[in-house]
Design a protein around this ligand. Structure first.
Ligand SMILES: Nc1nc2c(ncn2[C@@H]2O[C@H](COP(=O)(O)OP(=O)(O)OP(=O)(O)O)[C@@H](O)[C@H]2O)c(=O)[nH]1
Ligand SMILES: [Mg+2]
Length: 431
C-alpha cells in the first residue's frame, strides 16, 4: 500500500481578538480577520473580544483581559495572538512581554499573505517595501534579545544594543531605497506599455473590487466568449482564496461588431488594507486610475457585500481615482435564492460570471458606456490619402471596406476625436 503524504504545511494555531468600539461593522471585520488568518494557513481555535470605547494605550487590551488571554492560550496550547487592528510597536512589545505570546496585528497578517502570494518581481518588490516599512519602527534594541530575557544586559550592553538597532535600521532603509530604485525601472516599462496602449486609441475598462468577488473569473469569461481564438492562453488566475491576484493583467477584447476595448484585472481589496501596501501598489493600480470605465465586481452572495462595497469605494478613492464612470456588477447571483439574473438595474447589473447570458449582458453594458459617443459612418478616402486609410486600419474598427473608382469606401466606427477629424471624407453620417 502506498503511503499518503500530506503536502499541506501544518497549520499554526491562533486566537483572534479585538477591541469592539460597538461599531456596526465590528463583527464583519472579525469574520474577515478569521478569513485572513485562514488564508495565511492558520487555524483559528478561539476568539476574544473586549468591549470598550478605545484600546488601552500601553497594552491595547485592559489588564484583566491580558491575563485572561494568556491563560486561555496556555490552556489551548496556542502561541500566537492575532489582533484586529494595527498596533503601535510598544503595544506589541508590551503585550508580548505580558502574555508570552507572539502578537500578529492585522497589518502584519495582510502583509504576510501578500508576501506569500506575490509572483512577479514587481509584486515581490512592492510587498517587500511595505513589509520593511512596517518593520522599521518595530526594530527592537538587541537588549531585548535572549541576553536580557535571562536578566543580563547592563548599561554597557544596552549601549551596544542601541548601536546594533541603528545599524539594523540603516540596513533596512538602504534596502528600501534599493527596492524603490528597482521598482522605478519596472514602473517605467509598465508606463511605456501603457503609453503604447494609449496610442492604440482603445477605450480602457478596469475591473475593481473586493478580494474573491470574481473579477478574474469575469475577465476569463469575457475572454472565452469574445476572443475564442486566444482565450485559453490569455486566461488569468482565478481561485477561491483571498488575494489570488496581485498583478495587473491587461487584455484586448473584440466584440462581435469588431469594436475593441482593453480590459484590466487587478489586485482585490480588503478592509483596512495597510496604508504602506496601498502606496506600494499604486503603480499596479494605475491601470484603474487610467480607465474610461470601472466595473466594480461585488460578491452579491456574501451577506456583508455592503461593507465590501464601502471598502472598495474607499480604496478606489485612496488610489486617487475620481470621476470615472462605474458599473456595479453584483456577481454570484447563482448562489442567492430568489434572485433573477442577468438583470440590469439602472446603471448596475445582477449577474453570474459563470453564466453565458450574463456575460453577454455585461458586454452590452460595457459597449453602451464606452462607445456611447462613438459614430458609425461611411467614409470615402481618395487613393491619394493612403495615410488616412492606414491610420484607420491601425486604430479603429473597420466594419466594411471596398474599392470604388475614386477611392476606398469604408464603414468604420470612430471615436469623437476622429469623427471630427475625418468630416472631410464623410459619405454617410451615423449609419
Ligand atoms: N458560484 C459562483 N462562483 C463564482 C462566480 N464568480 C466567481 N466565482 C468563484 O469565486 C472565487 C473567486 O473568484 P476570482 O475570480 O478568483 O476572484 P477575484 O475577484 O479575482 O479575487 P482576487 O484575485 O483575490 O481579488 C472562485 O472560486 C470562482 O470560481 C459566480 O458567478 N458564481
Ligand atoms: Mg483575481
Amino acid at each position: 500500500m502506498s503511503e499518503i503524504i500530506d503536502l499541506q504545511p501544518e497549520k499554526t494555531k491562533v486566537i483572534i481578538s479585538g477591541v469592539s468600539h460597538k461599531t456596526a461593522d465590528f463583527e464583519y471585520t472579525m469574520n474577515e480577520l478569521a478569513e485572513l488568518a485562514r488564508a495565511d494557513n492558520m487555524e483559528v481555535v478561539d476568539q476574544v473580544v473586549q468591549n470598550m470605547d478605545k484600546p488601552e494605550g500601553a497594552t491595547y487590551f485592559g489588564k484583566g483581559k491580558v491575563t485572561e488571554i494568556a491563560e486561555l492560550a496556555n490552556g489551548l496550547d496556542v502561541k500566537f495572538l492575532v489582533i484586529n487592528d494595527e498596533l503601535s510597536p510598544s503595544q506589541i512589545s508590551n503585550l508580548e512581554k505580558q502574555t508570552g505570546l507572539r502578537i500578529i496585528d492585522r497589518t502584519e497578517l495582510i502583509l504576510e499573505i501578500f508576501a506569500d502570494r506575490a509572483q512577479t518581481r514587481e509584486a515581490k518588490s512592492q510587498v517587500e517595501i511595505a513589509k520593511l516599512q512596517y518593520s522599521l519602527p518595530r526594530v527592537h534594541p538587541s537588549a531585548n534579545s535572549l541576553d536580557q530575557q535571562r536578566g543580563g544586559g547592563g548599561l554597557n550592553n544596552r549601549g551596544s544594543g542601541e548601536t546594533q538597532m541603528e545599524l539594523d535600521k540603516r540596513v533596512i532603509r538602504k534596502r528600501i531605497a534599493e527596492l524603490k530604485q528597482n521598482l522605478l525601472a519596472l514602473e517605467k516599462s509598465a508606463a511605456t506599455q501603457r503609453e503604447r496602449r494609449e496610442q492604440s486609441g482603445l477605450p480602457k475598462v478596469a475591473l475593481v473590487g473586493y478580494t474573491n468577488a470574481g473579477k478574474s473569473t469575469t475577465m476569463n469569461q469575457l475572454l472565452a466568449t469574445f476572443d475564442q481564438l486566444d482565450a485559453e492562453k490569455k486566461q488569468v488566475f482565478e481561485k477561491n482564496m483571498l488575494f489570488a491576484t496581485l498583478d495587473t493583467s491587461v487584455r484586448t477584447i473584440q466584440l462581435p461588431n469588431k469594436q475593441k476595448f482593453l480590459l484590466s484585472d487587478t489586485v482585490g481589496f480588503v478592509s483596512h488594507l495597510p496604508h504602506n501596501l496601498v502606496a506600494s501598489f499604486k503603480s499596479t493600480l494605475a491601470e484603474a486610475a487610467d480607465a474610461d470605465l470601472l466595473i466594480q465586481v461585488v460578491d452579491y452572495a456574501d451577506p456583508h457585500y455592503h461593507e465590501m462595497m464601502a471598502t472598495t469605494n474607499q480604496t478606489v478613492q485612496d488610489i486617487g481615482v475620481t470621476n470615472i464612470p462605474m458599473i456595479v456588477a453584483f456577481n454570484k447571483a447563482d448562489l442567492r435564492e430568489n434572485t433573477n439574473y442577468p438583470e440590469i438595474q439602472g446603471n448596475d447589473l445582477i449577474y453570474s460570471a459563470k453564466d453565458p447570458a450574463s456575460i453577454q449582458k455585461l458586454a452590452e453594458m460595457i459597449t453602451k458606456h464606452i462607445f456611447a459617443d462613438y459614430h458609425t459612418v461611411e467614409l470615402l478616402i481618395p487613393f491619394s490619402e493612403a495615410r488616412v486609410l492606414a491610420e484607420l486600419e491601425a486604430h479603429t474598427s473597420i466594419l466594411e471596406k471596398d474599392y470604388t473608382e475614386v477611392g476606398t469606401r469604408v464603414k468604420v466606427v470612430l471615436d469623437p476625436v476622429r469623427y471630427n477629424k475625418y468630416q472631410g471624407f464623410l459619405l454617410k453620417d451615423n449609419v
